[in-house]
Ligand binder design. Structure first.
Ligand SMILES: C[S@@+](CC[C@H](N)C(=O)[O-])C[C@H]1O[C@@H](n2cnc3c(N)ncnc32)[C@H](O)[C@@H]1O
Length: 396
């Protein structure tokens, strides 16, 4: 591979970019330098774009070594597997199922983990093995356990880690149950997102242990949570910033099909029709979706695009009782709404939106999470004593 000059993509330029953004802190620089990303990214990749859930077509290292190298040293996620390995073609599969995470995210999460010499770490989601290798460099092989559900990915990661001189304990299994054999841990880091923090993670951490994991509601919006486990087995802490990880395989959102609610060709059927001045476009930001999803935990949405930038936002509940639509048309100040079923889902969304708006539209960093693990959790604003209101309803 050609030597890196100051302007070419390579470890040096990426390190400078990450340091400028504050993601790569001085204590992680030696690991970054000793564990190059190119030793962990596979030969067949689908480069992503920073901040976007989009992937380019496949790049093969054997065919396009320069493009491959540039992708590896771009600060962006790289999809490395689609559809649990079922798709391996030149285009894109349906759902990315493994990746080398965006370097900014990798180092922000490692920084949030606040490791100390001798910290024992459990990682959920070995993927390419890069994160595990960085942890091994910093803490020693004996202090790192990494769990990967996919046996093929785990074997490939083992090969890369070994070639780079690292030998953490690599467990092929379900990280949703942690790995009790090597517990207790001082730090737990998940590189797949959850909607419910598994109680095993909390049970396998010492009091004072830090959990760093992406967390997000069904509706959308997601952020990395940094929680500390207390003596009573409660994990509590703030979100540190926006994220968009793939879900832990067991917690993938399996949402009901639209046809289970209605025949869309017959829209609006007997729906109750009104108008709103709240633009469907105003409620689509990642943080806004997060705030709505936290307040209405069983809400989910789909979008039908028109040819002219207009679209129909569909709202549904996971209990399959109700649906609603809100039609966005550019330049309008009033938008048509249709709602059907016992719940008025657009009204619920509006209520959640206005609550967030009245709190001065807080960003992820003002939110926090308290949980004992499992489906029960409380999201709060600014202070654990100020829970975000949740719309409970008897259809849930
Ligand atoms: C974003 S990738 C991990 C990136 C990885 N840390 C790295 O450095 O390349 C997420 C990984 O989580 C794995 N995964 C999903 N569900 C899992 C589960 N229940 N237990 C363990 N691993 C899981 C996926 O197979 C995938 O490889």
């Amino acid at each position: 591979m050609a030597a890196e000059t100051t302007t070419e993509a390579g470890p040096g330029t990426l390190a400078r970019e990450l340091a400028t953004q504050g993601a790569l802190t001085s204590d992680w620089v030696p690991a970054f330098e000793a564990v190059p990303r190119d030793r962990f990214v596979p030969d067949s990749i689908w480069p992503g774009r920073a901040g976007m859930n989009r992937q380019d077509d496949r790049i093969l290292r054997t065919e396009s070594p320069e493009l491959w190298w540039r992708a590896v040293y771009t600060n962006a996620p790289i999809t490395t597997q689609w559809d649990d390995g079922a798709y391996d073609g030149p285009g894109r599969g349906r759902t990315p199922s493994s990746s080398s995470s965006m370097p900014t995210m990798v180092f922000s999460m490692l920084d949030a983990l606040s490791v100390e010499p001798g910290s024992r770490v459990l990682e959920i989601g070995t993927g390419t093995g890069w994160n595990a290798a960085l942890l091994c460099h910093r803490l020693g092989d004996q202090n790192v356990v990494t769990v990967e559900l996919d046996a093929t990915l785990a074997a490939e990661a083992r090969g890369r880690l070994s070639a780079a001189g690292f030998a953490p304990e690599i467990v092929v299994g379900d990280g949703a149950v942690g790995y009790g054999k090597q517990s207790p841990y001082d730090r737990i880091i998940a590189t797949a997102s959850v909607g419910a923090i598994p109680s095993q993670w909390i049970g396998q951490g010492r009091p004072g242990a830090v959990i760093v994991t992406p967390w997000g509601p069904v509706y959308g919006g997601e952020a990395v949570a940094r929680l500390v486990i207390d003596e009573g087995g409660v994990a509590r802490g703030r979100f540190i910033g926006s994220s968009a990880f793939m879900r832990l395989r067991q917690q993938r959102k399996r949402l009901p099909r639209t046809s289970e609610f209605l025949d869309t060709s017959k829209w609006p059927l007997d729906a109750h029709r009104t108008t709103t001045t709240l633009s469907p476009d105003a409620v689509g930001d990642w943080i806004c979706m997060f705030a709505i999803g936290v307040q209405v935990p069983d809400l989910f949405c789909r979008v039908d695009w028109g040819n002219d930038g207009s679209y129909r936002l569909w709202l549904f509940d996971t209990g399959i009782t109700s649906w609603a639509t809100a039609d966005y048309v550019e330049g309008r100040s009033e938008f048509e709404v249709a709602q059907a079923g016992p719940r008025k889902l657009w009204d619920e969304l509006e209520g959640a939106y206005w609550w967030w708006y009245q709190q001065e539209r807080p960003g992820f960093e003002r939110f926090g999470l308290t949980t004992r693990g499992g489906p029960t959790h409380e999201v709060w604003l600014d202070d654990p004593a100020s829970p975000v209101p949740v719309m409970r309803n008897n259809q849930q």
